[in-house]
Design a protein around this ligand. Sequence first.
Ligand code: PLP
Length: 476
Amino acid sequence: MMMDIAQFRENAKKIIDLIADYYSNIETYPVKSQIQPGDIKNALPVAAPTQGENFDNILLDFNKLIMPGLTHWQSPNFFAYFNSNTSFESILGEFLTASLGQQCFSWATSPAAAELEETVMNWLRQLIGLPEDFQGVIQDTASTATLTSLITAREKFSDYSINSTGFAAQPVWRIYCSSEAHSSIEKAVKIAGFGKQNLVKIELNADFSINTADLRKKINADIESGFKPLAIVSALGTTGSLAIDSIKECGKISREYGLWHHVDAAHAGTALVLPEMRYMIEGIENVDTFVFNPHKWMFTNFDFSAYFVRDKGSLIQTFEILPEYLKTNVDNDVNNYRDWGIQLGRRFRSLKMWFILRSMGTEQIRNKIREHISFAEYLENRIGDNPDFEMLTPRSLNLVCFRFNPYERNLNESDLNKLNETLVENINASGKIFLSHTKLNGKYTLRMVTGQTYSELQHVSSAWDLIENIAKDILN
Ligand SMILES: *Cc1c(COP(=O)(O)O)cnc(C)c1O
């Protein structure tokens, strides 16, 4: 027997209570799940039940079997990787999206979804200060947006011929990004058919941003060798250390050589809500496509990636499909978002963004982002105050990269790497906070991102106290 409306009403209230309890108690769980590989799988039956089960039993098993296997991304003590923060506003919007079951590929299949998507993407464009000639479309992830961008470049620059005849008569196209750019660029280069050996990794400046002298040099060398430069992907916030590539310089080079220019601002793009951060997009007039992820640092539950294009014509010409059964008599007057990307079926994602933007307002969003950045400044100061710790690159926005380097011990690099690896393991095993690591110039680096929706200064200061104490314990 499937649930009827009366049972739905009753059970839905239990779910709301479960969620509210979860957020009330979230700080009591180990932030990083402490279970071992196989634990969850082994606790679950190998096949689905033949007879339907009672909803309360499913909830009991959720608490007993599933909860221990969660890493609590929404904990205010989560400082790892990048934020994937949500908010109650977003959760409620997502409820409705799931409930309405809209399919948002054509205007006609959900006029409200198409027009709300256009509206919230315009709101977002204004919020982050992109010029008016950019138009937005929601993608599932930055990875998909970057792939979409490179395929559009491929088609525009090959006169839309690769879509019809394939690569056979083509030159060898080359794509450029820094060696610290996100792995999704290499993935996109592979999937779009360029071949990963044609992704040219550019050297770095001391702050891990792209070295544009080397970019120019490698483009020139490629031209001399008979390759065909196609696109530059610049990182507004690299994955390891949030280094900010010069959009201005990359843009200039892209125009000089007639190349496509895509900006991957997945995490750091949110900082553009602050007018004082707009220097990061100086040169935006020389950008073709831009992506940032509200599902990272803008209170939006996964997924919601905001993809902006300057020339929607080339995007649509690349992805358009028009089978007879999808034709409608309003096609010329509306946005049919199936033609703005890879998927046909699309979720009603704009709804949660509408809830967030309306109930928070832009002022509160700006205040929150400013506060998150001030938390990282606070950490930077605490690190500076402790002679046993050092920053490995200057703080960028809401990320600090540092390591433990007890100054009286004079440890060599290899011992320092081991020491810091142990430190991260012990910190995360405590369950009290969760942070992650990277390597910068071969140095094992601790990364702390401050940007959880419900983090307060007190969480950040306790986290730092904990790190200092665990470091002291390791030495003793
Ligand atoms: C997180 C991140 C990505 C990948 O984002 P998805 O939405 O998960 O695909 C890409 N680039 C950068 C710089 C990132 O920080």
